[in-house]
Design a protein around this ligand. Structure first.
Ligand SMILES: O=P(O)(O)OC[C@H]1O[C@](O)(COP(=O)(O)O)[C@@H](O)[C@@H]1O
Ligand SMILES: [Mg+2]
Ligand SMILES: [Mg+2]
Length: 347
């Protein structure tokens, strides 16, 4: 029999008051996600949701109407859940909700904003962290913990289906919103990323800005069956990390958003606290890996709420292979000159 999210949370989060509050927070986030989904699917509203506002968020991105609507709905959810501190992509600073609360909620209210007006899957990414006495005087410090301390993390996808990918630290599970049931029910009991896959996701338009190591890795994939990998690769880039991540969870492959030479992109585009860290938590609990190219994301201590990080995640073996490219460029130059020089992009 299919089990409900509620039953799952009851079985996983009943051991102590903090975990019960984690469960309550997830329930409130789910309720907000349904409101966001309804807002998106409501035809009369959709006209202006993708419209740009005059404002920019702390990361320098132009805010769209839906970024702000979603931020407000998730802030209300955080208040209803009794969260201590709310840190959002759309807010410059962490917001104090309840000074005595036990949890901090970091959120990307709307992931894939550039896809809003194109009717492509978008989502919401969240991370739930513990608040200790050491964080009380300084709310932002609660968000500057390594991702390994997350109590729960996940993301919603507003796509053909409304999905929740969730880890409370014991595997990664997928729930689907069922309107006939009136809530989320389990779709995949425990996700396991297929190890051998031949699919990569990267924004290839940035090729000329990448470091040589990233170019070499992609060159070798593109060389296909005739290249050093001796097999053909496929490429996908949705432009909504939630959707790229979900595909990798169910079908395998690897995602890269590396730092590059563009101004402001030394550490890529993605934000550590509310994008990379929760995705890394779900990916690791599904048997995969997530790094900044070299180091495990969940071990890195971010230095600000809106810090960026290079991000590579997916199947363990492929992520480890990319780390070898990053760590040892010398090894690349020692490869067969045939493959060392060939590239579909380079002359
Ligand atoms: O437009 P680019 O540079 O390919 O970046 C796409 C990436 O940016 C993001 O949209 C960033 O998230 P936001 O939409 O929350 O800013 C990711 O979802 C996606 O993977
Ligand atoms: Mg995002
Ligand atoms: Mg966003």
């Amino acid at each position: 029999m299919t089990s409900s999210l509620d039953a799952y949370l009851g079985s996983q989060c009943d051991s102590d008051p903090t975990r019960r509050q984690v469960a309550e927070t997830i329930r409130q986030l789910c309720a907000a996600s349904v409101k966001v989904r309804n807002t998106i699917t409501n035809g009369s509203a959709s006209e202006h949701l993708g419209a740009s506002r005059d404002a920019m968020n702390a990361g320098g991105d132009v805010q769209k109407e839906l970024d702000v609507v979603a931020d407000r709905l998730f802030l209300d959810a955080a208040k209803a859940a009794g969260i201590a501190y709310f840190g959002s992509e759309e807010q410059d600073e962490a917001i104090v909700i309840d000074r005595d609360g036990a949890l901090a909620l970091a959120i990307d209210p709307l992931d894939g904003s550039s896809n809003i007006e194109t009717n492509v899957s978008i989502g919401t990414i969240f991370s739930i962290l513990p608040v200790t006495d050491a964080h009380r005087g300084d709310p932002k410090s609660a968000f500057l913990q390594p991702g390994s301390r997350q109590l729960a993390a996940g993301f919603f996808i507003y796509g053909p289906q409304l999905l929740l990918v969730l880890s409370v630290g014991n595997g990664t599970h997928v729930f689907i919103f069922s309107s006939s049931f009136g809530g989320f029910v389990e779709l995949i009991g425990s996700v396991s990323i297929p190890e051998r896959a031949s699919e990569f996701a990267i924004n290839a338009s940035n090729y000329r800005h990448w470091e040589p190591q990233i170019r070499s890795y992609i060159d070798d994939c593109l060389a296909g069956a005739e290249g050093p990998r001796e097999r053909d690769f496929n490429m996908r880039w949705i432009g909504s990390m939630v959707a790229d991540c979900y595909r990798i969870l169910v079908r395998g492959g690897v995602f890269l958003y590396p730092g590059d030479a563009r101004k402001g992109y030394a550490k890529g585009r993605l934000r550590h606290v509310y994008e990379a860290s929760p995705v890394a938590f779900c990916v690791e609990h599904a048997g995969g890996s997530a790094t900044d190219g070299l180091h495990r994301i969940l071990d890195i201590v971010p230095d600000s709420l809106h810090a960026r990080t290079s991000l590579v995640f997916g199947g363990k073996r492929e992520v480890a292979r990319i780390a070898r490219y990053m760590a040892d460029p010398a090894e690349l130059s020692e490869r067969s000159p045939l493959f060392g020089k060939r590239s579909l992009f380079r002359a």
